[in-house]
Design a protein around this ligand. Sequence first.
Ligand code: PLP
Length: 369
Amino acid sequence: MISMLDLPAQDEPLREAILQRFRTILETGQFILGPYVEAFEQAFARQCGTQFCIGLNSGTSALHLALLALGIQPGDEVITTPMTFVATTWAISYVGARPVFVDIDPGRRTLDPNQLEDALTPRTKAILPVHLYGQPADLGAILDVAQRHQLPVIEDAAQAHFAQYQQRPIGSFGAAACFSFYPGKNLGAYGEGGAITTNDPGIAARCRMLRDHAQSRRYHHETIGFNYRMDALQGAVLDLKLPHLAEWTRRRQQLADYYDQRLAQLPGVTIPQRFAEAPSVFHLYVIEAEQRDRIQSALRERGIITGLHYPIPIHRQNAYLHLGYHVGSFPYAERLAERCLSLPLHPTLTESDLDRVCDALTQAVKETL
Ligand SMILES: Cc1ncc(COP(=O)(O)O)c(C=O)c1O
């Protein structure tokens, strides 16, 4: 069987070092924040080209705190795309603001900057592009619009660690960027984890305070706070894994190139488009095909496990029907949701594994045409 993830195999060479650090944590009893989290925060900020990184307990918390730190409030609108994981919009809802959607550009599959201006209203307070599947959004064009209208940009970088846009790391473009270290992400913890990166000392200080019950000093709470701290075990794992991420990313990109070669000519299948100024880090390798569900079942029968990211765009989720969008509101997002199929891609796969996937896919597509 070929599956979407094989975390034990990927981490095998690091296992002893990780266990050693876990032992140290058990012996010192420092389970929350602490030196490993601080070391990771510094190293991750350096990699993202930002002054600050604040380690948190999830990517969802990162989005929530970034919006709070920017002062987004009930009645405000935040623009994002409906083709994302729902946590992007949860965070907007948590602060009482309204998600306003803009369709994706069907090539990049990220927020289409050409449609941004039509979505602006006097209540718009921030723009939240998502670097979906590891493909950076068109940050240059998005920042142009944002600057013209003096709006902050928050990057949802949960799927795009180490990606670059015009040779500069994502995570450093907006007022703040939000990362997830959910285990299956390109950089994954051994539980939940997330972080905010920023160059703004005010945002960094607010997020640091808010994550820890809004304490300025022990038991002095300045506002309503949260328990969003990163725990020490996650800091220890992430800090050990970080130096390997560049190599794992290159391997993902090599494997994606291999898929491209094998699948470019396959009728009925669309492979991901490439953007020279913003190469994808391939958190996911997502093809598009008619009869996606039948193809997915046929692959499963041949032992190939694939994923759907995501089968229902956010404006069609029950949780968000109240926003008043309908079928046809965002045709490119809806089309991608119907046709997307994520093929297995992780650093420990081999070219011969990919040959198996491609042979099975070729067969499955033929059967469904
Ligand atoms: C695009 C996107 N945003 C936000 C999140 C939320 O991150 P987490 O699961 O760490 O809360 C995720 C991942 O799950 C994601 O893929």
